[in-house]
Design a binder for this molecule. Structure first.
Ligand SMILES: Cc1ncc(COP(=O)(O)O)c(C=O)c1O
Length: 371
């Protein structure tokens, strides 16, 4: 468009209209009385009772602004992980932080790399800055360090790595993450999104803390939406080098984390017993679902997170879309993942025992029924 020709209406910056708006997991099934929402990787155990109590207390004082620097929360996170609170920034969900990182480090003409089935917020955040998302192919539904490195060009400014990844549930071992970091140019920011790290039970996994602590170009993002069960409050945090923290603090909203989120977040991070219960529930039912769904003949990608990716045949009547319809009619809401380039799969969050058993039963019925 030429600068001399006046526009008839405001136009967003380049890239914005290329964004496919994020579509959250379904939460209803018309005409079904009892719903089991297994579409957004929420915890079946809910938040810590202490977090609920702290949340309710904030309700007495809604007239007060929250602490804009979330100091007490950053201190509580610092204590929980042995980190310097000055190197933590809190956000309205880790989405907020991922977008802030993109805004701070990307501009028109830059490139940001994510992997084929990477979390959808990465291309959205990238396009919103005018930069170009570059997709690095995965191997076996897993991020691959060599293809990420091969995608690096002089225009690359940022690499998003979800570890574990959503919606695949797979992870990159720490040695490989370190190799990725070692081989990236020092001006490229590596963003490790560890939203599901609390669920991982693997000796060769590390959430990113160690790399952040020892380098100048790595940031780790975490969330309170998953194991802490505070998705509705929108709360996340990042740990990064001082210069990145400084940049994000300059552009974030002055009160980007609300008072209820701060209070509940402190109580949640301190309730390690609740976190342990959630982890144990997940470990048990993740293995059970993987086995039982596998026995039905549906391949399940090995997951270390709080969800499973279930693959369906392309045969008419047996597809992921058919299964979704069948399950939804029974109040079992899974997530279609076509937008993640996985049209033949459904993602299921690990639910309560009741929900997990109902899904396996329903899938058996679905596969056994004449269609
Ligand atoms: C990989 C990944 N990162 C970040 C998020 C966003 O979490 P939050 O609720 O903190 O914005 C999610 C949520 O589904 C996720 O799957």
């Amino acid at each position: 468009m030429s600068a001399s020709r006046p526009q008839s209406r405001p136009t967003p910056r380049p890239g914005v209209l290329s964004i496919q708006a994020y579509v959250p997991g379904k939460s209803s099934a018309p005409g079904v009385a009892k719903i089991f929402k297994l579409s957004s990787n929420e915890t079946p155990l809910g938040p810590s009772p202490h977090a609920l109590e702290a949340y309710r207390r904030v309700g007495e004082h809604l007239e007060d602004y929250p602490d804009g620097s979330a100091s007490e929360l950053r201190e509580a996170i610092g204590r929980a992980f042995g980190l310097d609170p000055a190197r933590i920034v809190c956000g309205a969900g880790s989405d907020d932080l991922l977008n802030l990182l993109a805004r701070a480090y990307l501009a028109d003409g830059d490139e940001a790399i994510h992997t084929t089935h990477g979390f959808l917020v990465y291309p959205i955040a990238t396009l919103g800055t005018g930069a170009t998302p570059v997709v690095a192919a995965e191997k076996d539904f897993t991020a691959d360090v060599d293809t990420i490195l091969a995608a690096v060009t002089p225009k690359t400014k940022l690499v998003f790595l979800a570890n574990p990844n959503n919606p695949t549930g797979t992870y990159v071992p720490f040695d490989e993450v370190k190799r990725l970091h070692r081989s990236l140019p020092p001006h490229v920011l590596l963003v490790i999104d560890a939203a599901y790290s609390e669920y991982v039970r693997r000796n060769d996994y590390e959430s990113g803390i160690e790399l952040v602590a020892t380098s100048e170009n790595v940031v780790m993002c975490r969330t309170f939406s998953k194991i802490h069960g505070l998705a509705a409050l929108r709360l996340g945090w990042m740990y990064g080098p001082a210069h990145v923290v400084d940049a994000i603090n300059r552009i974030r909203g002055p009160f980007n984390v609300n008072g209820a989120a701060i209070a509940a977040g402190i109580a949640a991070i301190e309730d390690t017993a609740h976190q342990e219960r959630s982890r144990e529930h997940n470990t048990k039912w993740l293995a059970w679902l993987t086995d039982e769904i596998g026995k039905l003949g549906l391949p399940v990608t090995p997951s270390v997170a709080n969800f499973v990716l279930i693959h369906f045949p392309t045969t008419k009547g047996r597809t992921a879309a058919d299964a979704d319809k069948f399950l939804t009619a029974r109040g079992l809401i899974l997530r279609q993942v076509g937008a993640y380039k996985l049209p033949n799969a459904l993602r299921m969050s690990v639910g309560t025992e009741e929900a997990n058993r109902l899904v396996v039963q329903a899938l058996a019925e679905f596969l056994g029924s004449k269609r």
